[in-house]
Design a protein around this ligand. Sequence first.
Ligand SMILES: [Zn+2]
Ligand SMILES: [Zn+2]
Length: 275
Amino acid sequence: MNIHYTSINTGSNGNCFYIGNAGEAILVDVGIRKSVLLSRMESLGLSMNEIKGIFITHEHSDHIFGLRTLLNEFSIPIYTTPECYQQIRHLMPEELFRPIAANDQIAFQQFRVKSFAKQHDAANPFSIVVESGSGNIGVITDCGMLCHSLVNHFQQCQVVFLESNYCPEMLDNGRYPKFLKHRIKGGLGHLSNRQAKELVISHRHPQLQHLILSHLSGNNNRPQLVSDTFSGFESDFKVTVASRDINTDLFVLGEITVRKQTLRVEAPQQLGLWE
Ligand SMILES: [Zn+2]
Ligand SMILES: [Zn+2]
């Protein structure tokens, strides 16, 4: 079966990604309300019954906000590091915890999930690459720097959700306090538009098909800026700037076609996060 992928939501206001198909799928992070998650999945023709595991990359609220209420209704295994679990154990039944290392491989029937360590100010955080017979899909957000591990995994992916969090000039000239500016652009914060572009220029897979710019800041970035930054690549691969307010279309790995058009479901939530 084809592997589908979509951003249910991404941004410093909440992150949740879907990868898989009707037989078997995973979510990466649950940083949005359960009601928003379920309605957006329904609009895409997706069901929670498909979800065989949820990967929680780290404990920041834009990655776990909806976890407790989701697990009140659905019993789904949670894959995360023991260090992250210590931070989120109050949100979930212990029996759902599936410990993984930051550098690990978890086999499902139709694909394999490879986790890898990243530089971010959280408890043993990781990102993932989903490997399937049709190609590899990376979910790479919340990275403070272009470390060796990130570069190595990025270049294996034909499809990538890649963080493009902030515009350096907007951050420098913006209203955030100094310590927060340093947190964001320090080595344990987030990737800027410039860093994401540098990564794409120097290290992309020769057959990169689809780049989905993700985890945009609400205060220090604009979708149009990101779109302009990556406009030169559109003859080489598909470029999508994922919205902070709505899901992307449901794409098919290797086909870049849309299974079902998106519907606007409801107004975005605001968590008021300093990211
Ligand atoms: Zn985040
Ligand atoms: Zn984070």
